[in-house]
Design a protein. Structure first.
Length: 274
């Protein structure tokens, strides 16, 4: 399909986020292409959720440049165009799945006449038709997560930001959700930004952003990452890049020490603490 928007869906330059007085994202520069699935991967605590919060505009203390669908992240006109699913399901436990969707469809301004068909289609998309009339509070964690995902899909957003949407799902449901993400990009031209720390899911993405300790380790396709690191899997590629970054850091530290070390011409005036 021809992409009618050549510019990226998300563009970051020198992005930095401070949380609790600590820099948790540091100097990130990247572009997320439209109409593709970009996976945000990295170990727990590396900053995936923080980056997603910055993209949807709910994160404080963001500096640098962050542009989403051509506008500054968080701009009010982006609200109907960006769907966001957090790790904690954010739906009403005392409404059924269908009632939740009907409510949010009304909030989104979907006409009353169109709502039943929109809600049915969305329930089908997330494979919840058989549980449509159960109270959300009685559903399993994975099912509640899918109600949240369905809410995000209701308005057919241009950009879907999904924070670990497959956690706790069985392999069949995980596969079905990934099929849905691919359908959304292929048939609707939507952009999906999805986080995971399950590396086998990386293979299902068009592109990957690999994060570690708030810094970008790589921004490439799974194939290119495997090739450039001579690895069989993205997981091996990631580990290779981590080792490389650690070695570079050690070398940097050693260089810094050496520059004031024994072969330095200036005589040390004080012992340097190790
Ligand atoms: N409310 C907060 N206040 C201060 N620091 C925070 C807060 N929330 C998260 N952090 C810190 O920010 C860093 C990044 O957290 P974040 O939740 O973005 O990581 P993550 O990669 O999404 O982790 P996970 O995979 O476990 O969800 C962590 O070091 C975390 O301790």
């Amino acid at each position: 399909m021809m992409n009618k928007h050549p510019e990226p869906a998300v563009e970051a330059a020198g992005l930095r986020v401070v949380r609790g007085g600590r820099t948790v994202l540091d100097d990130l520069t990247f572009a997320i292409p439209r109409g593709q699935i970009t996976g945000l991967l990295g170990p727990s605590g590396c900053g995936k959720s923080t980056l997603m919060r910055a993209v949807v505009g709910s994160q404080a203390q963001v500096t640098g440049t962050l542009t989403v669908l051509g506008r500054p992240a968080g701009h009010r006109t982006l609200r109907p165009e960006v769907g966001y699913v957090t790790q904690a399901p954010s739906v009403y436990a005392d409404l059924t799945a269908r009632q939740n969707l009907d409510y949010y469809a009304a909030v989104l301004g979907i006409h009353r006449r169109d709502r039943p068909a929109t809600v049915d289609r969305t329930l089908r998309d997330v494979d919840l038709t058989s549980h449509a009339d159960a109270l959300t509070g009685t559903l399993s964690g994975g099912q509640r997560g899918r109600v949240s995902l369905a809410v995000a899909l209701l308005g057919e957003p241009e950009l879907l930001v999904l924070d670990e949407p497959t956690v706790g799902l069985d392999p069949v449901l995980r596969r079905d959700l990934w099929r849905l993400f691919h359908r959304l990009t292929e048939e609707r031209g939507a952009t999906v930004l999805v986080s995971s720390h399950v590396m086998d899911e990386a293979e299902r993405c068009h592109r990957l952003l690999l994060l570690r300790d708030g810094r970008l380790l790589a921004d490439d396709t799974p194939d290119a990452l495997r090739r450039s690191t001579a690895s069989y899997t993205v997981e091996d590629a990631f580990l290779h890049l981590v080792d490389q970054a650690d070695a570079a850091e050690r070398e940097g530290t050693a260089d810094a020490k050496n520059s004031t070390g024994p072969h330095d011409t200036a005589a040390p005036t004080e012992a340097t603490p190790s």
